[in-house]
Design a binder for this molecule. Structure first.
Ligand code: 5GP
Ligand code: MN
Length: 304
């Protein structure tokens, strides 16, 4: 049996690729469990939601093969105790800092997304892909490339995407779903992030912090923060963008973005996180907001 999973706090690439593979394997007649930490409302356009299984179904299983998608390391995988009864781990990912934690590692950091990597695997196997699978793969690529705008977009990415359109994917329909995700509470989160915005390094560093108090007062959920750092990124002068939020008292989640030659995953690593050169993040317990902010800004000023 296969157990398919992705990382904690999943995104459209992780979930799109996981559900695409889940649909494919089920059609082939394999026994599959698909386990996600959550499936936020804005992702519910993705195909295969009926394949998502509960944790109790996982607890009742053993001797399975884990197919981990979009996870750079073992400790990123959700749920953490998935390894207890696994026979084998297959690691399918595109992070350059992937720790090769699998028995089989299919890792390539030159592709835009795990979805693109999965498409390449299907292609070498001459697999027949239905429209549901194609839509999920296209969604993962579109999301991780920021709509083909980020540096992970290359010739291959666009060739593959055009092949997916040839197979029937509607680019404008998926584009709406992937990027026009804002709800009223999402806009409240954005308003708070803009209100708290600060500039450092002559405007090259943008920093915004949302406190736990504001999260409670404004009734904000984790998914309300999706896309905010990318809006801040659209500032013309910004080279480094940080969105920091306090997810519990003195527990901080940071989202970091950078442009051009600047890589920020090294900085994320110093805060127990990681990620791609231009898009990274962390989750860490820290004494207080001023301490983490000072340390972050000091590290980042050295990069510009
Ligand atoms: P985001 O800022 O959208 O949450 O995450 C951007 C990228 O940073 C993700 O694609 C992921 O690779 C990485 N990332 C985010 N949070 C963490 C974290 O807590 N640990 C690690 N290792 N990587 C993270
Ligand atoms: Mn990804």
């Amino acid at each position: 049996m296969f157990v398919l999973c992705t990382h904690h706090d999943p995104d459209i690439d992780g979930v799109g690729a996981t559900l695409a593979l889940s649909i494919y394997l089920k059609e082939k007649g394999y026994k599959v469990l698909t386990i996600l930490e959550n499936f936020p409302e804005y992702m519910q356009f993705l195909n295969g939601r009926e394949n998502i299984n509960s944790l109790s179904e996982l607890r009742d299983s053993n001797n399975y093969t884990i197919l981990a998608l979009d996870c750079a390391s073992k400790d990123r995988i959700w749920p953490k105790d998935i390894f207890d009864r696994a026979e084998r781990i297959v690691n399918i990912d595109h992070h350059s800092d992937n720790t090769k934690f699998g028995n089989i590692n299919v890792v390539n950091s030159f592709v835009s997304s795990t979805a693109e990597l999965l498409y390449n695997l299907f292609k070498v196997n001459k697999s027949k892909l239905n429209l549901e699978i194609c839509e999920n793969i296209y969604s993962g690529i579109l999301f991780d490339t920021g709509g083909f705008r980020y540096q992970n977009t290359n010739y291959e990415t666009l060739i593959i995407s055009s092949e997916l359109l040839q197979k029937g994917v509607n680019a404008s329909k998926i584009g709406e779903f992937v990027f026009n995700i804002w709800s009223e509470s999402g806009f409240r989160a954005l308003k708070t992030a803009l209100k708290n915005l600060e500039y450092f390094g002559a405007g090259k560093i943008l920093f915004s912090f949302i406190s736990y108090k504001e999260i409670v007062e404004e009734d904000l959920k984790s998914e309300d923060f999706e896309g905010i750092v990318d809006i801040l990124r659209s500032n013309r002068n910004a080279r480094i963008i940080i969105l920091l939020r306090e997810i519990e008292k003195n527990v901080f989640k940071g989202s970091l973005r950078s442009k051009g030659e600047i890589s920020i995953n090294q900085v994320a690593r110093k805060f127990n996180g990681g990620g791609h050169p231009h898009a990274a993040g962390f989750e860490i317990k820290y004494d207080n907001v001023n301490a983490i902010k000072d340390k972050l800004i000091k590290e980042l000023l050295q990069l510009i």
